[in-house]
Ligand binder design. Structure first.
Ligand SMILES: Cc1cc2nc3c(=O)[nH]c(=O)nc-3n(C[C@H](O)[C@H](O)[C@H](O)COP(=O)(O)O)c2cc1C
Length: 187
């Protein structure tokens, strides 16, 4: 586990090919994603799975949202790109934050739990040998995409997790020095 965490690296969606997880692996990944710190046991997250043809079908809605929301009419190439957005990987999971008023667990804590869930999903898939990428892109903030996903007023997209197989090694990324992010409280 330490080795996995020390080496963990996201892989760009465009570099995520088939195969993706099997049905049994996906169940396991989602079960692990639901096993995160969750103050007051509210399950303030849910998952929407896109695989197979659903990725292209949803792509039509992505292109329509793009056409409706862009200030300038998008080019045919852009619309094609949007249509194919979810086809970049064999599996895309939308992690939805659904914070509800709760006396014991403020909204902030519930949102943090959704982040933990998204990351556990990535780690579970990584531990099975799949590469992942957690992105929001413009979709996460689009009212039309929110409607297409059936989100209610208290729900937000925490991220779209792209999952697939990558044979390419992504260059490492600079990480913050501990001296910049750690202090010791001395009173
Ligand atoms: C909530 C959230 C949203 C993100 N959205 C994007 C995004 O839209 N596009 C992107 O390139 N990276 C996005 N990232 C960053 C990638 O997930 C990834 O962390 C980054 O590329 C660095 O790679 P690493 O995970 O190997 O450190 C997002 C990360 C988080 C936590």
């Amino acid at each position: 586990m330490l080795d996995l965490l020390s080496r963990r690296r996201s892989v760009k969606p465009a570099m995520l090919a088939a195969p993706g997880p099997s049905a049994a692996e996906l169940d396991r990944i989602l079960t692990i994603a639901a096993r995160v710190p969750d103050h007051k046991k509210l399950a303030p997250w849910r998952f929407i799975v896109f695989e197979g043809d659903a990725r292209a079908t949803f792509g039509e809605l992505i292109a329509a949202a793009c056409a409706a929301e862009e200030k300038e009419p998008p080019s045919p190439a852009r619309l094609d790109m949007e249509r194919n957005r979810f086809l970049r990987a064999p599996l895309v999971v939308a992690v939805i934050s659904r914070a509800k008023p709760s006396p014991g667990a403020p909204e902030w804590e519930q949102v943090l739990s959704a982040g933990a869930s998204a990351f556990n999903l990535c780690l579970a898939a990584n531990a099975m040998g799949y590469a992942t990428c957690w992105v929001t892109e413009w979709l996460a903030y689009s009212p039309r995409i929110a409607a297409a996903l059936g989100l209610t007023a208290n729900e937000k997209v925490a991220g779209f997790i792209y999952v697939g197989t990558s044979n390419e090694k992504q260059d490492d990324r600079e990480r913050p020095a501990l001296t910049d992010i750690v202090t010791r409280w001395v009173g």
